[in-house]
Design a protein around this ligand. Sequence first.
Ligand SMILES: Cc1cc2nc3c(=O)[nH]c(=O)nc-3n(C[C@H](O)[C@H](O)[C@H](O)COP(=O)(O)OP(=O)(O)OC[C@H]3O[C@@H](n4cnc5c(N)ncnc54)[C@H](O)[C@@H]3O)c2cc1C
Length: 861
Amino acid sequence: MNEQHVDVAIVGAGFAGLYATHRLRNLQGLSVQGFEAAPGPGGVWFWNRYPGARCDFESIHYSYTFDEALQREWRWSERYAAQPEILAYLEHVAERFDLRRSFRFDTRVTSAVWDDSTERWTVTTDDGNVTVARYFVNAAGAFSVFKANEFPGEADFRGTVIHTSRWPAEGIDLAGKRVAVIGTGSTGIQVSQTIAPQVAELTVFQRTANFACPLGNRPLSDEEFGEAVANYETRRVESRDSIAGAPYPRAVKSALMDSPEERRKVYDKYYQGGGFRMLASTYYDLIFNPEANATAADYIRDRIRERVKDPEVAELLCPTDHAYGTKRPPFEIDYYEMFNLPHVRLVDARATPIERITERGVATTDREFEFDVIVLATGFDVGAGALMRMGVVGRNGRTLTEHWADGQRAYIGMATHGFPNLFHINGPQSSATLFNNPLAIEDSVDFVGGLIAQADARGHTTAEVTEAAEERYNELVREVADATLFPTATSWYMGANIPGKPRTPMYLFTGAPMYRAICAEVEAMGYAGFSFDGGDTSLPNTMRLDGSAVFLLAGLMNMGAKPLEECDLDEARAAMEGFRLMQLPIPADVTISDLSYPIDSGVRTARLYRPAIEGPLPVVVFLHGGGWIGGSLDSFDEPCAALAQRVGAVVVSPDYRLAPEHPFPAAIDDTMAALRWVTEHIGEYGGDPARIAVGGESAGANLAAVAALRARDEGGPHLCAQVLVTPLTDPMAETESRRIFAWGPILTSELGARMVSLYLGDPMQVTSPWVAPALAADLSGLPPALVITMEVDPLRDEGEDYASALEAAGVPTVCRRFDGLFHTAYSLSGAIPRVAEIQEAISDFLALRLSAEQVAATSVV
Ligand SMILES: Cc1cc2nc3c(=O)[nH]c(=O)nc-3n(C[C@H](O)[C@H](O)[C@H](O)COP(=O)(O)OP(=O)(O)OC[C@H]3O[C@@H](n4cnc5c(N)ncnc54)[C@H](O)[C@@H]3O)c2cc1C
């Protein structure tokens, strides 16, 4: 037995292991020992030699980006290269960067055990040798373990049974043979359509019909290649910034915003040879809105019916048991036309399941079929199947299999608690399903390389994700999944294709940009969530957010939405109007009408929301948010209507003047004018002038708080309550939350400061209590208050400080903090289900404060 000592042991020589070796050995100068069970490099592209195997991201995207010269010199022959060419490419990479010498091929890792006393991994291989390493990098791939044959009787069969991922290099002569293909996922489709012209008979056993769309493969022209090479630099940036990790046009509309005719045009455009564009470039809501999804599913089913001549076969090929995109979308060339050939038949293996393999072929519950060759295209134990079989033992003798008994989990897809110095490349819960893999792999390797470099530079010997960080990230992955349709399907995305495997989201379903943003945040915070040598660590802000919020923010990134602080005034206003798209439908039983109220310089509009209840009703004057520079009656229709319905109140939303056209004090003057008008006239609209509350969100909450002060000091109008949702109470406040959440989301410090400055006009006003109610000399005598804050909001602390100050001044005050939510969440009810909790808190508070009994009792006192 040989024992060697290295810095890093790497298992796997696919895209991940090769780049990890280059980065850690060639660029970081670490000693590396790689292991690969196959006789050569290539990973899945070594193993999967079945006819028709090819990638389904274009090769100019499905390739390494780390070396400029490599990108330029490798000339892909087809738009989507076939397996032999991808394998040749990876072999070329291994030669070009001298990587082979760091690998032991034909060598399988059989155990990897962490030793706490030496802080080393002991890696044992099937040749009996031992490698001791500081770090252990799992580059063993997500598709390394194919699903074992589940049908009994294989040994009885007189012909050949072959799994697609063990296809021999010399091929199998299928000419004139009767062939069965079992499985109709990506691989089954690729292999069937490729061998159909060669075989005497082809029988496809289908358990689940899939939404396959045209791949659009063709030779890559010199012009296309030249264009790709000339623009690689920008293309790669665009790729990493796009939902799927490839620079496809962005989906920026809901499928429900287009007419059926417009939708048809969009789907036609991307169906024809668009690969993943059908999902990534058509409509953003396909993966979370069942109604939107149905439009795409119907479209694809119609195309299948057009292409397959026999209506019964066509119907069988139409998927009906899952939403489009919730299983890995396969791509095809002439798969559907193949079923028009006389020697090709489709067997419904769901209606008549396969019972066993027999001496002559396959027996279903219905009959026996005779074959010469049976091709198993039944998929993989996707995720960390390879690592689970590698005998990995972490701290205190705990095995990885034990740790993952309830499901595979890895912090940002890269690290597992109790297994220090073990890093996964594209591991479970990374975003690899929605992220073109070579780029995802490079990012993951670069992250791990950076982490090791930092640990080494600081003299740390162990890096381990904390239990809390792993747990929170795992929850986040589940919460994000719950915001999508993915959990509704039985798929390997959910770990549901292997009997007995716990059903859990195997990946983070946000798309590449959000995943990359999370990793960047972890890194920027000094590898937040990782404990070095047992030291303390914190959680990145994004992980504090509710999964629905993360999914929403991811959607904005996928659309390429400009951050608000980068927008000019018109763009910022338009973006705020866009929030309406993320609101629930307006309750039908609330009547909405516009009216006018006078201000010094003329009249303004106010919108009135009245529930279908007999009055007189309590009244809420609600000021919309938008940083005093944006927002509108329209953008707050839904929050106001929901408030009217829940509280059973007349809600009046004044259209106050906006800055910078109308700086301070225009907005607050309009607010006071609206309150006075409401007091005098609301009786005519079924409101009770003795029961008025003021409320608002963000800048609107600032106006509401100031209005309460002015109403007190100016002798009216009389207000029974104030509701302040994420109020700004002092522009100059130096709070902890302003520091921690300076980067948002949505509201950043920079944006907040810019809005305040536009609002003020004259900067000297910043200390006026009419701008900064927290600076008022006296807060006593104000109406009872409900202050609502969000955990992840720069304004959180000043809201809570204001609530404390009100209470200290004797004002009955309730302060509610909503964990996991962020500034503006209140106006995004369609995307953030927990907005219902905020609405409930407001209606509970107002129901009490505006009840006739309470108001009568208070006025007696
Ligand atoms: C047919 C097919 C087509 C695909 N097409 C696409 C595509 O178009 N786009 C896309 O983004 N992704 C695609 N994928 C996903 C693909 O897995 C990744 O793109 C990528 O190739 C993964 O590289 P990897 O290095 O992480 O893993 P792999 O390529 O799987 O390499 C892992 C290696 O680890 C080795 N190994 C495992 N266990 C051990 C052990 N105990 N000891 C020693 N060695 C071990 C394996 O032998 C294997 O060679 C496809 C996958 C398949 C199977």
